[in-house]
Design a protein around this ligand. Structure first.
Ligand code: GAR
Length: 201
């Protein structure tokens, strides 16, 4: 059974979908803890499912390294097989990524490498493109730049605004995320293949 820690910042609707999927007897992964960078609304979903949670409050960019180190210490206590960033709106410090890589994945509301960053949905609307998408990637030290594990196109329709488009993207993200976590658990996706080669000294 694959053990999973999920990190969030917001409403946690994708977290909730993963909690629901993981509560099925035949799903090969279990969420063991949910973490957040603030008292996020989505922590209520963890409580509803009887899953422990923790908060490592964000203290500003100048203290990113300290925040990352505290977050990494919390995660180490739980020792999950996989860390899922599900709407965590902070860039993980490189030291945290390297501690857990390649076992960190992220869900993103755009068809990467298009529209990376914190405003993937808004950026697609502003670019006036006809389609965007949803992606699940391996987290590396860049901004949404890691290897793509799954992605799907979603049309932008006349009248779409950031909210309506994001609400259409999220169900796709949920399906991709649930499938990717299942595939990691059953071995169909091998994250070790995405491990950075160790530099020769
Ligand atoms: C999701 O769409 C996720 O992809 C996005 O935040 C939303 C969280 O929704 N993450 C990013 O944009 C990260 N760059 P939720 O809190 O309702 O699950």
């Amino acid at each position: 059974m694959l053990t999973v820690a999920v990190l969030i910042s917001g409403t946690g609707s994708n977290l909730r979908a993963l909690l629901e999927a993981a509560s099925a007897a035949d799903y090969p992964a279990r969420i063991i803890v949910v973490g957040a960078d603030r008292e996020a609304d989505g922590l209520a979903h963890a409580e509803a499912f009887g899953i422990p949670s923790f908060v490592v409050p964000w203290q500003g960019k100048e203290r990113r390294a300290e925040w990352g180190s505290e977050l990494a210490d919390q995660l180490t206590v739980w020792n999950p097989d996989l860390i899922v960033l599900s709407g965590l709106m902070r860039l993980l410090p490189a030291a945290v990524v390297s501690r857990f890589a390649p076992n960190i994945i992220n869900t993103h509301p755009a068809y990467l490498p298009e529209f990376p960053g914190a405003h993937g949905v808004r950026d697609a609307i502003e670019a006036q493109v006809s389609q965007t998408g949803a992606s699940v990637i391996v987290v590396d030290e860049g901004v949404d730049s890691g290897p793509i594990l799954a992605q799907e196109r979603i049309a932008i329709v006349p009248g779409d605004d950031e909210h309506t488009l994001h609400e259409r993207i999220k169900p796709v993200e949920r399906r991709l995320l649930i499938d990717v976590v299942r595939d990691i658990a059953n071995g169909a996706i091998d994250l070790a293949a995405h491990r950075e080669p160790t530099p020769h000294s």
